[in-house]
Each structure stands twice: as structure tokens, then as C-alpha cells.
Design a protein around this ligand. Structure first.
Ligand code: FAD
Length: 481
């Protein structure tokens, strides 16, 4: 099979790039080594659509951040993905911090960030964020900052790309690439394919993908960020995204509501040499707690429901690498996309399409491109009348599987049956919220295994929590009988 473009990696950047390319008369495939889309940084981050005062003016980060932020509203409507423009605050606790805020304000103005304002003193800040610490000396207010759901955006983009004829191949790891007769031959764990162009959106592995064509022009140094997620009872402890003044390696510990009404705090920032290390450590989580309580002292820590880690794909170039490879101009890097990569992703996708065109790809607009993707109907959010209607039309809406989040069997079945549908318990969780509540799947996980087994026609023992060999069951206890 020969494709026009093969995209390596179904994170938010690869997914939105494939969706952007599906607007044109092209044969596109997305190659993803994970068992689900959003297997890398795109599944575990702060979910912030940044305003854009942080990146240095003139960098790709600055340019794509501000443009991406502008694009998010329409994109979220088209793909029916949650998006809330709640604004952000960067808190200052002393005069030195206030000077940092002034610099961020000026940088933001230069980057074209709209509506920035410096608030002076606790009272001004508390008018916007009532639970903020009384120690606050002031804040930078950015009304254009927003929150989204990064993994929902990613699989929504893949579903939409698939509806527009892109092909998604999960558990397909790119292992080698050669170039002959104007074609890339891509060796994957599922066999060989050919493509005229490649987009490298392989996240923390994007330098490895580059090295497959002999391009060693950059290196990725993974950096861990650990988080704590709190129950919805704490969701209104922050109305906005609350940052502290940033350091050179991170934007500091933030406190933010999520689009689902939980409270998120983190991340830490620690270099690691292991590109798969998603462990959490009590010492790091203590830093999260200390930082979060400094900003919002009233947070009830008894309401923590889980911890998790995300890995940043930090490049040694200090900016995003969105350019043709110096080795082959038909191999386009969308690499080293650390923060604000989620925000920047829509703008990166558009830019990558332009780079492919410059490299010789003909972009002929498809007349039947459909930009709209519908989300799974959430039973929990429906009115009583709508709930009755849903149950009347499909009895599986009458079977509640996840009691914490009120998720029904019908929603889980739909999540499995969609393009690039759920194959693992975590994939069901991310698509439906089954297992996201207080009990973290203690009650519903066995029932989700049963549904996955039935729908996929495979034994329950083969159903995995996530990638690799993360089986939940070891075998049947009464097999011998
Ligand atoms: C702690 C943390 C907090 C962040 N907070 C924010 C934020 O609030 N706002 C923001 O804008 N940005 C944020 N970011 C950045 C954002 O998450 C990333 O920029 C974005 O998710 C990068 O997407 P990606 O598609 O480039 O990479 P990924 O999501 O990592 O996707 C890469 C994909 O490639 C696949 N892959 C790798 N190698 C291969 C191979 N050989 N074959 C096939 N597939 C392969 C991987 O499995 C993976 O699914 C944060 C990041 C972290 C880690």
C-alpha cells in the first residue's frame, strides 16, 4: 500500500495534522505504536490552552501558541470537544515576582496576546479568584487562557480524520525507514508500507524517528511532570487557571479546574533518561502539594483521588522543531513539541500542511470534507426527559456501569465501536469517564472488561488495562471444574 503521507504518532499533533491533511485529496495513514491514540504526552498534561505570554518572542512556540489559542474555539465546536475560556492568573508573592509579571506582560504584548492586565494587591486578585492566598502581592491576568480535554481532542481529531478517509493503525510501531525511488519504505511491527511523505510527530521518540533516516540534528530529553487530581467537591476552589511565576524549566505548580469539574494541581519538572517512566514519587507529589497550597491554601487534600505523570518531549534546541529534515525535505518534523504544544497543535498542523506543499505535495481541496465530529452523548449530562428518550431508544442506556460518573453500557459500547475505538480499559475510561470517579474503577473495571470482551469477541483474560501486557485477569479460578 502506498500513501501520500504517513504520520508517525497519534498524539494531539499527529492527530490534528492528519485531520488537517484529510481536507485534501490524499491517502493518509497515522501509525501509532500504542494500543490507543493519545498514548504519549497528549494523555497526561495540564490541559491548558495557554494565552501565550510565556514563550520568547520570535520563537515558533510564541507564534503557534497565540495562533493555536485563537483557533481552539472553532476547532472545539467542530469536533465537539469541551473548551472553557476561564482565563489565567500568574501570582506574584513579592516585589521580585511583580517584576517578573511586568516582563511577562511585555512579552505577551509583543507576542500579540489579547487583554493582558496586571492586578495589584490581594483584593484585586481575589475579585477574580476568591480562594487565592492573602499573601498574594498581585497577578498577571490573561483572559484568553482556557481549558480543554487533551485526550478527547486527540481522539476526536482522529475520528474526524477517519471519517474523512484517513487510516489509523494502532499498535503499529515504526521500526525502520529507507528511501528509494522517491518513496519512503516504512518497516512497522505490522508489516511494511510505502509513503511519498512522512510527518514525524513521535513525541518523546521523535529524535529516534529522525535517526531512522540518518537525521541526528536534535535530541529529546524527556522531563517528567507529576500531578494530583482531586474530587469534584474541590472543583470550585479555582475559577481560573492559577499559576505562580515561572522558572526557566517550567511554568511552576498550577491549580486549575478541569473541564469535567475536578481540581488539578501540578506539574513538577524533573529530567529523566527513561522515555517511558510514568512513575510518581511521594517527594515530588509533596512539592505539588506545597506549591498548590501556597496559591490556594483552602484545598482539602483528603479529596485527592489519583496521581499521575506526564512526560515532556523537551528538545535540545529549546524551541519546537517544525521543519523539513535536513536529510530529506519530504520528511517533515513536528518534533520536540513540549508545552505549549497542546495549545499550539492546531497551528502546527496547518503549518505542517504548508511545509508538505512546499516540499512538493499537491494539496487539492476535497469537496466532501466534513469538519464536524459528534461526541458520545453523556447520559449523566442529559435532562430527565432526554434520559428517558435515550433509554426508550436503546435499553443499554438503562444499564449504569460506572456509578461514580453515571456512565451507561450504551456509551461504552459506542466508545468501542467508533473508528479507532477503545480496545483497553483505559481507552474506555478516557472516552466515557467510566472509572474516572472517586472509586477510580474499583467497581466498574470488571464490568468494562466483560463488555470489551463481548464487543471485541476476545476472551476476558486478553483484555488489557493499557498497552503491552497489562492484562487485568490471569485466568479463570474454576477452570479445572
Ligand atoms: C507535564 C506536562 C504538562 C503539559 N501541559 C500542557 C498544557 O497545559 N498546555 C499545553 O499547551 N501543552 C502542555 N503540555 C505539552 C503537550 O502535552 C504536548 O506538547 C503535546 O501533547 C505533544 O503532542 P505530540 O503529538 O507531539 O506528542 P505525543 O502526545 O507524545 O504523541 C506522540 C505519539 O507518537 C507515538 N510514537 C512514538 N514513537 C513511535 C513509533 N516509532 N511508531 C509509532 N508511533 C510512535 C507515541 O506512542 C505517541 O502516542 C504538557 C506536557 C506535559 C508532559
Amino acid at each position: 500500500m502506498t500513501y501520500d503521507v504517513a504520520v508517525i504518532g497519534a498524539g494531539v499533533v499527529g492527530a490534528l495534522t492528519a485531520r488537517e491533511l484529510s481536507k485534501y485529496e490524499l491517502r493518509i495513514c497515522i501509525l501509532e505504536k500504542g494500543a490507543d491514540v493519545a498514548s504519549g504526552s497528549s494523555k497526561a498534561n495540564s490541559a491548558i490552552v495557554h494565552a501565550g505570554y510565556d514563550p520568547l518572542p520570535g520563537t515558533l512556540k510564541a507564534r503557534f501558541n497565540v495562533k493555536g489559542n485563537e483557533m481552539f474555539e472553532r476547532l472545539s465546536q467542530e469536533l465537539e470537544v469541551p473548551f472553557k475560556r476561564i482565563g489565567s492568573l500568574v501570582l506574584a508573592f513579592n516585589e521580585a515576582d511583580m517584576e517578573v509579571l511586568q516582563k511577562l506582560y511585555e512579552r505577551g504584548a509583543e507576542n500579540g496576546v489579547p487583554g493582558l492586565e496586571i492586578l495589584r494587591g490581594y483584593e484585586d486578585t481575589a475579585r477574580i479568584e476568591p480562594n487565592v492566598s492573602t499573601d498574594v502581592a498581585g497577578a498577571l491576568y490573561a483572559p484568553s487562557a482556557a481549558i480543554t480535554c487533551p485526550y478527547e481532542l486527540t481522539y476526536a481529531a482522529v475520528e474526524n480524520a477517519a471519517a474523512n478517509r484517513a487510516e489509523i493503525m494502532l499498535e503499529t510501531e515504526v521500526a525502520g525507514i529507507s528511501y528509494e525511488d522517491d518513496l519512503f519504505k516504512i518497516t512497522t511491527s505490522q508489516g511494511d508500507i510505502s509513503s511519498r511523505f512522512i510527518v514525524n510527530a513521535a513525541g518523546v521518540f521523535s529524535d529516534n524517528a529522525a535517526a531512522m533516516i540518518g537525521d541526528n540534528s536534535f535530541e529529546i530529553k524527556p522531563r517528567k511532570g507529576e500531578y494530583l487530581l482531586l474530587d469534584k467537591s474541590q472543583g470550585d476552589m479555582a475559577r481560573t487557571i492559577v499559576f505562580q511565576t515561572p522558572s526557566t524549566t517550567s511554568k511552576g505548580i498550577l491549580v486549575t479546574p478541569t473541564v469535567d469539574g475536578n481540581l488539578l494541581m501540578g506539574p513538577t519538572s524533573t529530567d529523566t533518561s527513561d522515555r517511558e517512566d510514568l512513575s510518581t514519587a511521594i517527594s515530588e507529589l509533596q512539592k505539588v502539594i506545597n506549591g498548590a497550597l501556597r496559591s490556594v491554601p483552602g484545598i482539602n487534600l483528603k479529596q485527592v483521588i489519583t496521581s499521575f505523570t506526564g512526560l515532556r518531549a523537551t528538545p535540545d534546541t529549546s524551541d519546537f522543531i517544525v521543519s523539513p529534515s535536513p536529510v530529506n525535505k519530504k520528511f517533515i518534523h513536528a518534533a520536540g513539541i513540549e508545552s505549549p504544544g497542546l495549545t499550539a497543535a492546531p497551528a502546527i498542523a496547518e503549518y505542517v500542511a504548508g511545509l508538505l506543499k512546499d516540499a512538493g505535495l499537491e494539496l487539492v481541496q476535497r469537496k466532501d470534507f466534513n469538519p464536524v465530529r459528534k461526541s458520545i452523548v453523556r447520559f449523566n449530562d442529559a435532562s430527565d426527559g432526554k434520559k428517558a428518550e435515550l433509554i426508550g431508544g436503546n435499553r443499554q442506556y438503562g444499564r449504569v456501569i460506572c456509578r461514580c460518573e453515571l456512565v451507561t453500557e450504551a456509551e461504552i459500547v459506542e466508545a468501542i465501536r467508533r473508528p479507532a475505538g477503545a480496545r483497553t480499559v483505559d481507552a474506555v475510561k478516557r472516552r466515557t469517564r467510566a472509572g474516572m470517579g472517586r472509586c477510580q474503577g474499583g467497581f466498574c473495571a470488571p464490568r468494562i472488561v466483560e463488555i470489551l470482551s463481548r464487543e471485541l469477541g476476545v476472551p476476558a483474560e486478553s483484555i488489557r488495562k493499557t498497552d503491552g501486557s497489562s492484562m487485568l485477569l490471569t485466568g479463570r479460578t474454576k477452570e479445572a471444574l
